[in-house]
Design a protein around this ligand. Structure first.
Ligand SMILES: *[C@@H]1O[C@H](CO)[C@@H](O)[C@H](O)[C@H]1NC(C)=O
Ligand SMILES: *[C@@H]1O[C@H](CO)[C@@H](O)[C@H](O)[C@H]1NC(C)=O
Ligand SMILES: *[C@@H]1O[C@H](CO)[C@@H](O)[C@H](O)[C@H]1NC(C)=O
Ligand SMILES: *[C@@H]1O[C@H](CO)[C@@H](O)[C@H](O)[C@H]1NC(C)=O
Ligand SMILES: *[C@@H]1O[C@H](CO)[C@@H](O)[C@H](O)[C@H]1NC(C)=O
Ligand SMILES: *[C@@H]1O[C@H](CO)[C@@H](O)[C@H](O)[C@H]1NC(C)=O
Ligand SMILES: *[C@@H]1O[C@H](CO)[C@@H](O)[C@H](O)[C@H]1NC(C)=O
Ligand SMILES: *[C@@H]1O[C@H](CO)[C@@H](O)[C@H](O)[C@H]1NC(C)=O
Length: 540
């Protein structure tokens, strides 16, 4: 009898031991999400075909989406790490989890289109442009040759002689390094079509090419796309592409040789796609503007900060400046008046007049030097609403002065602040045309405090409007490419939701007022209506 308590003790100890043993090894932890220890069969490659159903199902399941659950499991895992064997496999698994968390809803599938639609155009770069050998601009993944640092205007690297129409190539190169690519189109949230549509059409814009020659490749590509199984999933509404020229080169409304450009953006397939372009049409809903590529392509966060610091310290001797050419053939153009005002403002205004024979205003050194030395940079419309110069001026910390909201405010919705007064000035073009306003006096009346605040905002915008070098990665900034991807994924998500619910709000508005719908989300009369009255702009 006297040994009974001892037996009881050992019995209890034994029971507890058995209990722990089963807890640790008998129970299959892999059933708990985030805790699997049997990961060896799943490779770490983020692009492999995960069990799709898990990803799709949980995306709508609040009990799994709930961060608290995942956090709890993670802290439990940390507690158990010392006891559970195969810690390395655990780490592998958390890596997969991290990729999955980062990439869920962000996977992009890139269509493997025939090379005649992209790489072959680059190979034949000599014949792309009637006047200029384009080959130099495709070096360095489309960034162009390195600019070096002449007159110490730039940084010792990161600056290139970038052509304003090479966005298709740069964007494609960035896409090749996107960190949530997938080879499984069923897993993808969006489908990218790496067609160099602007390089294609540019071959035929000048010279006696009939309209069917200009349309040929676009039509062929869309036929190819439509025959792919990916098209049928959403009728192409999850497809997107880049058209690196202004929208008006792709909107030929008539099948006649006298019409301008091709009709890429008017054919039925492209109506369902999201087309990214450097200037979108205010009156159409399938194209979305993203920044023109300009000369700075940072390779690191430090390089961005270094440039921002340089621009903050820059001494600016002239009040305003203008780089461009007059448009004597355009009745509507305010450029003549602007150049006259600039000249009569004497030293307060600097001007770089573009003379076609000298290409002086295409030289980055000339443009950036003048912009760096000015407080305001005038950005009047040219042949169309927008200009690459707007992005050059932001780069140089020069506050852009617009004369028409179509030049930026209804364009770069994913990249520029909605509150345009924070980074720019709007002088109504009608007032300039009717000589009702002195630009010099208008700008001088802006308080010093406001000027400093606007310039700070402009300099803060720099990382958002540049395309980082595809060969490197910014860690702390989202650049123009990243912001574009966010915008595209968000838009396609909305289209998907509408499709599931059998609705299509985004198709229901009057397409003529796309600019208003996309900028303000509503269709009420707006003070800018007269800027977008097409009967006043028959030309477009
Ligand atoms: C990916 O998974 C889906 C569904 O599980 C399957 O139909 C498809 O064949 C897989 N694709 C690849 C490339 O393994
Ligand atoms: C997701 O959940 C919401 C709310 O419970 C529901 O309205 C929606 O139809 C669900 N979507 C899918 C794809 O299950
Ligand atoms: C959500 O997930 C829980 C836990 O995995 C599951 O029991 C439940 O059925 C799921 N609900 C839906 C709507 O998928
Ligand atoms: C869940 O966590 C992510 C990142 O950790 C965060 O962005 C998100 O806002 C969180 N969601 C909720 C509902 O807490
Ligand atoms: C997709 O497949 C191709 C060819 O099989 C391979 O070269 C590429 O690395 C894969 N890409 C991804 C994102 O898995
Ligand atoms: C257009 O030009 C191409 C090549 O010059 C020619 O083959 C074709 O027949 C022309 N088409 C029309 C409609 O004129
Ligand atoms: C575009 O999408 C609509 C549905 O919104 C569909 O009826 C139409 O056939 C699609 N067009 C093409 C060319 O796939
Ligand atoms: C556009 O302008 C014309 C004449 O300038 C005017 O008659 C018309 O009402 C305007 N349209 C709109 C929608 O404002």
């Amino acid at each position: 009898m006297f040994f009974r308590p001892r037996i009881k003790f050992w019995f209890l100890f034994f029971i507890i031991f058995i209990f722990w043993y089963f807890l640790l090894y008998g129970f299959n932890w892999s059933y708990l999400p985030g805790l699997s220890s049997s990961t060896s069969s799943i490779p770490v490659n983020p692009n492999t075909n995960f069990s799709n159903d898990i990803i799709v199902d949980t995306s709508n399941n609040s009990s799994i989406q709930n961060n608290a659950t995942i956090e709890d499991l993670e802290s439990l895992q940390i507690d158990l790490d010392p006891i559970i064997p195969n810690k390395e496999q655990e780490n592998h698994h958390t890596e997969i989890e991290r990729v999955r968390e980062r990439c869920t809803g962000r996977y992009i599938y890139v269509h493997d289109i025939p090379t005649k639609f992209n790489d072959d155009l680059i190979k034949n770069c000599k014949s792309l442009n009637k006047w200029e050998d384009m080959c130099q601009y495709f070096e360095n993944m489309g960034l162009g040759m390195s600019l070096g640092n002449p007159q110490r205007l730039f940084l010792h690297s990161g600056w290139h002689v970038t052509h304003q129409f090479s966005l298709e190539v740069i964007f494609h190169q960035r896409m090749k390094h996107y960190d949530c690519l997938t080879n499984n189109s069923a897993q993808a949230s969006a489908i990218f079509v790496p067609y160099y549509s602007g390089l294609d059409v540019a071959r035929y814009l000048w010279g006696n090419y009939n309209y069917s020659t200009r349309d040929k490749d676009s039509l062929e590509l869309f036929k190819w796309l439509r025959e792919k199984p990916e098209w049928d999933v959403m009728n192409g509404k999850d497809h997107f592409m880049v058209a690196g020229r202004i929208t008006w080169d792709f909107r030929r409304g008539i099948d006649e040789d006298s019409g301008w450009g091709n009709k890429l953006m008017l054919i039925p397939e492209s109506q369902n796609m999201t087309i990214l372009t450097i200037e979108s049409s205010p009156w159409n809903k399938n194209d979305f503007a993203i920044p023109y590529p300009t000369y700075f392509h940072p390779t690191s966060d430090e390089q961005v900060q270094q440039w921002q610091g340089k621009m903050r310290k820059q001494r600016r001797k002239s009040l305003f400046c203008f780089a461009g050419a007059p448009r004597p053939d355009m009745d509507d153009s305010i450029r003549g008046e602007i150049m006259e005002q600039c000249t009569s403002s004497g030293r307060k205004c600097r001007m770089l007049e573009c003379k076609s024979d000298k290409h002086n205003c295409l030289k980055p050194v000339n443009v950036i030097k003048m912009f760096q030395n000015s407080i305001f940079c005038l950005q009047p419309p040219g042949d169309s609403f927008t200009r690459r110069s707007t992005f050059d001026s932001i780069l140089a910390g020069c506050i852009p002065v617009f004369f028409n909201p179509g030049s930026a405010y209804v364009q770069y919705l994913w990249h520029l602040p909605k509150n345009y007064g924070r980074y720019s000035v709007l002088i109504p073009e009608g007032d300039v045309k009717r000589k009702k306003v002195s630009i010099e006096r208008f700008l001088e009346r802006i308080s010093r405090r406001r000027v400093l605040a606007m310039r700070d905002e402009v300099i803060d915008l720099i990382p958002k409007v540049v395309y980082a070098d595809p060969r490197s990665r910014l860690e702390g900034y989202e650049d123009a490419f990243d912001l574009t991807i966010n915008g595209v994924l968000e838009r396609i998500e909305v289209l998907k939701r509408e499709m599931r619910e059998g609705k299509s709000y985004s198709d229901e508005f009057d397409e003529e007022y796309s600019w208003k719908y996309y900028t303000f989300g509503r269709m009420r009369p707006h003070e800018w209506d007269h800027y977008f009255n097409r009967t006043n702009r028959i030309k477009l």
